[in-house]
Design a protein around this ligand. Structure first.
Ligand code: ADP
Ligand code: MG
Length: 262
């Protein structure tokens, strides 16, 4: 069964793209078939996997305006089981064309149905706003992962995001679930980081990812390898497989796969 997971948070710089790319890669490395859809006009997930604008002609933009079949936009990555639908800045225009809102919100969901390849997972990276594209992605998804940067103001905006998710559940996609809140850039030696993590445990413990075996909460540590890997056009597992960042995304991937197979 295909599982579609959006990675969303309207705050920028919280680790959405890092999570989408590295979770997709960590699932794909277990030989599951994964499609990463870059739905952010900034195309950071696309460039993180090593693609420059000149490397591809068509993107999600062309799919959403109906001028290209989604199957014709798919790029193969360094991991044979990981494919990518790239993005480009043209996608930003879709946010502004509100007259297409209702039609377009159906679009990503409908286009995913047209995929010819059998994927086990589709991971969607979303832009830092609760606009048309994010609503479109949430409407197409089974679940959503919410990365939370364990720094000052981390929880600001979370209530608004949870309300948007409720609205999508009510109006467009009743089966949408919160897969989990994912603390990112966690630093044990930083008191503020620890405080934010504790706040998350106090208020949202049931929504945090947990490792079944150890019973421990899953988080992504602050790790420079995660920040360096995109400039080499690689997910962190192909850049430094032993880094704490790679191990954290591997554990997250394992937890998600085990949950699905229960
Ligand atoms: P978003 O997609 O939410 O805007 P990104 O994933 O692009 O956030 O992350 C923002 C910046 O922080 C990027 O430069 C990224 O490389 C870096 N970053 C993300 N997660 C980590 C981490 N766990 N440790 C260190 N740097 C990180
Ligand atoms: Mg991003």
């Amino acid at each position: 069964m295909i599982e579609i997971i959006s990675v969303a948070n309207q705050k920028g710089g919280v680790g959405k793209t890092t999570t989408a790319v590295n979770l997709a890669a960590s699932i794909a490395i277990t030989e599951k078939k994964v499609l990463l859809i870059d739905a952010d006009p900034q195309a950071n997930a696309t460039s993180s996997l090593g693609f420059l604008r000149s490397d591809y002609e068509y993107s999600l933009y062309h799919v959403l305006i109906g001028s290209k079949d989604i199957n014709d936009t798919i790029l193969n990555t360094l991991i044979p089981t990981l494919d990518l639908v790239p993005s480009n800045i043209g996608l930003a225009g879709i946010e502004k064309e509100s007259e297409y809102l209702d039609k377009k919100e159906l679009t990503l969901k409908e286009r995913i149905k047209e995929l010819k390849e059998d994927y086990d997972y589709i991971i969607i990276d979303t832009p830092p706003m609760l606009g048309t594209i994010t609503i479109n992605a949430l409407s197409a998804s089974d679940s959503v992962i919410i990365p939370i940067q364990t720094e000052f103001f981390a929880l600001e905006g979370l209530a608004q995001l949870l309300n948007t998710i409720k609205l999508v559940q009510r109006t467009k996609n009743p089966k949408l679930k919160i897969k989990g809140l994912l603390p990112t850039m966690f630093s044990k030696s930083n008191n503020l980081s620890k405080q934010v993590f504790q706040d998350l445990i106090n208020h949202y413990s049931s929504k945090l990812f947990k490792n079944k075996k150890s019973g421990k909460y899953i988080y992504i540590p602050r790790n420079v390898r995660l920040a360096e890997a995109p400039s080499f056009g690689k997910p962190v597992i192909l850049y430094d497989i032993k880094s704490s960042g790679a191990l954290a995304y591997e554990l997250l991937a394992k937890t998600i796969i085990e949950e699905a197979e229960q």
